[in-house]
Design a protein around this ligand. Structure first.
Ligand code: FNR
Length: 182
């Protein structure tokens, strides 16, 4: 594939709905894009003292981000913000100073929540962070999803009701990535 998308899931939970959503989004139509979920559960807690001696897992993450043409964040909302594990991964790859791996990478954001606001507040916080990292982030359509029984089909695809909306989002995301990767 021409464009590699690094997918960051903001939940470490084994049965994470956001991981399922990330996987299902990867099964939509997206010509020329390939999606790969990156590992973040083996990163140490960020400590600035280690900036000159980053852990192997941090170097791997930074390399994977740098090699990608786009980033997709799929995250739950924790206490009206993003989970600490996601912020930890973001901070790691933003350092050392002057070597921010996220810089310039086109980004998309999606999230699913059991609550009615569908991760909207977490996504707004994330947009602030991505702006400071100099990541052009697709603004519309916003993907605020509340979990319901039909969200995924038995094979883990997006269910029939949500599919047109999410395919439309994906089409926009594909164009967004191509615009910046060109
Ligand atoms: C939550 N949850 C939650 N949901 C929400 O809509 N807004 C919120 O602020 C929070 N806050 C929150 C804090 C913490 C610490 C936990 C563990 C959970 C519920 C959350 O949406 C639910 O647990 C999802 O299932 C988490 O996503 P994954 O792990 O299924 O991807």
């Amino acid at each position: 594939c021409k464009y590699q998308i690094a997918v960051i899931v903001g939940s470490l939970r084994k049965d994470s709905f956001n991981r399922k959503l990330a996987t299902a989004l990867g099964m939509l139509e997206h010509p020329e894009l390939s999606f790969k979920q990156l590992q973040i559960d083996d990163l140490p807690l960020y400590n600035q003292d280690d900036d000159d001696n980053q852990a192997k897992s941090v170097k791997r993450l930074k390399h994977e981000i740098k090699s990608a043409q786009g980033i997709l964040f799929v995250t739950p909302e924790y206490n009206r913000s993003i989970p600490g594990v996601l912020k930890n991964a973001i901070d790691h790859a933003s350092r050392p100073y002057g070597h921010n791996s996220w810089k310039g990478k086109p980004a998309g954001i999606a999230g699913v929540s059991v609550g009615t606001i569908g991760t909207a507040l977490a996504q707004q916080h994330l947009r602030n962070i991505l702006a400071s990292l100099d990541m052009p982030t697709l603004a519309q359509p916003e993907v605020f999803i509340q979990l319901n029984t039909g969200l995924f089909d038995d094979a883990g695809n997006i269910g029939a009701e949500s599919k047109p909306f999410l395919q439309n989002w994906m089409n926009k995301y594909v164009s967004w990535v191509k615009m910046f990767a060109a």
